[in-house]
Design a protein around this ligand. Structure first.
Ligand SMILES: O=C(O)CCC(=O)C(=O)O
Length: 258
């Protein structure tokens, strides 16, 4: 159903740096994914990152504090279950990526994202404004991630916010702090942040976004956990730089027919 993108989706992605494929996952695919992910959340199966590890606003200060064992992400999603592997290699997604990248051969990076993001009630943190590419090393900053909503994602449970068009802009180093987050105290950054939009997703939607798009997310103030698998892709012609963190594990070739 999603094998061919409409021209307006392609133009929206080129202009804004993201687009949403609505209703991408069926209810039964979501249920299977949720069931297999739940098995890895309780009890927690590593490798995982805890909220207490990141030190982001709202996170417990230490693993020994109340809420200190709250997961933030299950790492190595591709290798965790057949359901997650099938999602990472989804042929319709591959066809869309191929169009968005104007590339015949698209690969899944096992080194970046490749995880299941979680936001738990009570102990989740906010993520400040950043570009994912900031710690990644490829020939060109032209990767695309797909964020899958297994449940509805709204401002109150920590949906992503984006600043449309920032994937094409260049930002002076001085606008970013030591961890390469936008410095919110700067007037020019405040103007930029005023243009932010929340990307509300319904269960089953897939958000495709460029690795240079500035994005952020708030805490989950509802009483239900939010679960979002995310995978990152690059074209065959855009390889990781040898001996960097982007080259730790081999990328996986996608096929747009299966
Ligand atoms: O869900 C969030 O807090 C956003 C996560 C995110 O943007 C990231 O880890 O790169």
């Amino acid at each position: 159903m999603f094998a061919e993108l409409e021209n307006h989706d392609l133009s929206a992605f080129a202009k804004d740096g993201y687009f949403v494929a609505r209703g991408f996952l069926s209810a039964s695919a979501r249920a299977d994914l949720e069931a297999s992910i739940q098995q890895d959340l309780d009890p927690l199966v590593g490798p995982a990152e805890l909220e207490a590890d990141v030190g982001y606003p709202g996170a417990p200060g230490h693993r020994s504090e109340v809420g200190g064992s709250t997961p933030r992400r299950l790492r190595h999603a591709y290798a965790r279950s057949d359901d997650l592997k099938a999602l990472a290699l989804n042929a319709s997604a591959a066809a869309i990526l191929s169009q968005l990248m104007n590339a015949e051969q698209v690969l899944l990076s096992q080194c970046h994202h490749n995880c299941v993001m979680t936001k738990y009630p009570g102990f989740s943190s906010a993520t400040l404004w950043h570009q994912d590419i900031r710690y990644w090393s490829f020939d060109r900053p032209e990767l695309i991630s797909i964020w899958y909503a297994l449940g509805d994602e709204l401002e109150e449970n920590g949906a992503l916010n984006v600043i449309p068009g920032t994937h094409t802009e260049n930002f002076d180093r001085g606008r970013l702090d030591g961890n390469l987050f936008l410095r919110p105290e700067l007037k020019e950054n405040q103007k930029l942040i005023e243009q932010a939009q929340v990307v509300e997703l319904a269960a089953g939607d897939a958000l495709f976004f460029h690795c240079r798009l500035f994005h952020a997310a708030g805490r989950n103030i509802t009483d239900r956990v939010k679960i979002s698998p995310i995978f990152t892709y690059h074209a065959q012609s855009n390889q990781p730089i040898p001996e960097t963190g982007s080259d730790r594990l081999p990328s996986i070739i996608l096929s747009s027919t299966n």
